[in-house]
Design a protein around this ligand. Structure first.
Ligand SMILES: [Zn+2]
Ligand SMILES: [Zn+2]
Length: 73
């Protein structure tokens, strides 16, 4: 999963997509997140349905395993 990085070389905070071959820049973190979700997660069509969780999985059984961590007390 790509993570936002900040580039402060030119004095402005920029979120750069770290996916190899992409490198798109965004002013806001949410924009980068949305970009990553819509562009780079096609191979992982099973996103975690829990609010605030960004994980997604290529296989449904992997998602099932992950969801368990949210359900533990
Ligand atoms: Zn990208
Ligand atoms: Zn989750």
């Amino acid at each position: 999963m790509p993570t936002p990085v900040t580039d402060e070389l030119n004095g402005s905070r920029t979120y750069v997509c770290v996916v190899p071959g992409c490198g798109k820049c965004f002013v806001r973190g949410e924009h980068l997140k949305r970009h990553v979700r819509s562009i780079h997660t096609h191979d992982k069509p099973h996103p975690c349905p829990f609010e605030g969780c960004d994980k997604s999985f290529s296989r449904r059984d992997n998602l099932g395993q992950h969801v368990r961590i949210h359900l533990q007390p």
